[in-house]
Design a protein around this ligand. Structure first.
Ligand code: GTP
Length: 394
């Protein structure tokens, strides 16, 4: 049979350690939700400690009243922490603060009575449901752990409601049993689930933090496209994930024409807006069909898996046309922009991304050399369209 003092001790140790872990992370990263989660775990550990002195101390205001306040404070801090972690503040926390104040007041009158347990269990059940709701609305990378924690919080809430019912039964029926064995089981379940939830929570938080860091490392903050590193790491798996090794893929490299002049004439900020505008055009056309990246200052790349050189060439021409047709407007000025592009292709079998980029870059260089505002690909080093340079009145 499960030994209550052992489970209580383990629960105390785990919650205290996880609380210290979260608090240390808060001291390092200054993320408030870490402090709140740490507070929730330490608060629960404190409640366990106070309750364990029930027999020895004979100070019910400490071992009952204060312990109950800490028991409620623990899920309350969890709820506030989850709300902060979500970034969008899913619920309004003011009513919960009032609820806590009201409980603290009511417990003053009943802390030595079974009613204090009923009230505490009921409030804790509500708070866990709130926690499950917020977590449901939160984007988590670790989906399995998120589901486990939601199930844990809902189950915990049901356990607490079960405790309320068992404690109320002697009052509402003529049955004078005190349901001690059943309450004992529920108490063990309470300790067990709290500890389990406290163990899952750090994993969810760290998985999200890691994903944010990976995003920062792989994405260009100005254009929201992948950066060079992200481009290489995304393309890395293509070979392994494509079964047909004769499958073709093409790469388009793009470079804005005379971009230095844009910066010089209109300023660096306008230059940044122009980069974003070009990136939007690239995203619009290739969002669902290719891997898009800003691989250098004013250089972009698009990898089209399953596309032939001809198809990629047509798409590059389309992009170039779109950019030429819709002038870029900034501060009520129309600023003509154009791009030059180089296209190369290969089969999955022979894929070497660096080489593919090198080939596309050679074609891009040819496009620049032969007049700009054109697409040059492997099979045709001359463009049928007569290039039109953007004009800047300098
Ligand atoms: N605004 C802005 N400018 C950038 C950024 N990154 C690079 N640049 C500028 O891009 C310009 C690139 O100039 P060049 O390499 O001479 O090329 P270009 O003027 O576009 O001429 P061609 O490529 O030969 O048509 C430089 O002036 C860089 O300062 C950026 O993030 N923001």
């Amino acid at each position: 049979m499960l030994h209550l003092p052992t489970i209580t001790s383990l629960s105390f140790i785990f919650n205290l350690l996880i609380g210290i872990l979260f608090t240390s992370f808060y001291l390092h990263k200054k993320t408030t939700s870490f402090l709140l989660f740490g507070g929730a775990c330490i608060s629960f550990a404190t409640a366990i400690l106070l309750v364990s002195f029930k027999e020895e101390l004979n100070l019910p205001c400490l071992t009952h009243y204060l312990a109950n306040l800490f028991i409620i404070l623990s899920p309350l801090l969890l709820v506030i922490g989850l709300n902060k972690f979500n970034n969008k503040a899913v619920i309004n926390l003011t009513p919960l603060a009032y609820l806590y104040g009201l409980c603290a007041l009511l417990l003053v009158f009943v802390y030595n009575h079974v009613l204090s347990q009923i009230l505490t269990s009921f409030i804790v059940a509500i708070l866990f449901l709130y926690g499950a709701f917020i977590l449901l609305k939160t984007h988590c990378v670790a989906k399995l752990q998120q589901r486990l924690l939601i199930i844990g919080l809902v189950t915990h809430s049901l356990v607490m409601l079960g405790q309320v019912i068992l404690l109320l039964l002697p009052f509402i029926t003529s049955n004078n049993d005190d349901f001690k064995p059943q309450l004992h089981i529920l108490l063990i379940a309470h300790l067990f689930i709290t500890t389990l939830c406290a163990l899952i929570l750090p994993f969810i938080i760290f998985a999200n933090s890691e994903s944010k860091l990976i995003n920062l490392a792989n994405n260009d903050s100005l254009t929201q496209l992948l950066n060079r590193r992200g481009f290489f790491s995304t393309c890395k798996n293509i070979k392994a994930n494509t079964a047909d090794k004769n499958h073709t893929l093409a790469l388009i490299m793009l470079d804005i024409d005379f971009f230095k002049r844009v910066n010089d004439k209109y300023g660096h900020d306008v230059g940044d807006q122009a980069l974003k505008w070009i990136a939007q055009h690239i995203s619009q056309l290739f969002m669902n069909i290719g891997i898009t990246a800003r691989i250098g200052g004013e250089e972009f790349a698009v990898l089209l898996n399953g596309y032939t050189l001809e198809q990629a060439n047509t798409l590059a021409e389309q992009l170039s046309f779109n950019i030429r047709q819709q002038p870029f407007y900034c501060n009520d000025q129309s600023i003509p922009l154009s791009v030059s592009a180089g296209v190369s292709s290969t089969t999955i079998n022979q894929l070497n991304l660096k080489e593919l980029l090198l080939h596309a870059d050679k074609h891009l260089y040819l496009a620049k050399e032969t007049g700009r505002d054109k697409v040059v690909s492997q099979y045709d080093h001359t463009s049928s369209r007569k290039p039109t340079r953007p004009q800047y009145n300098t």
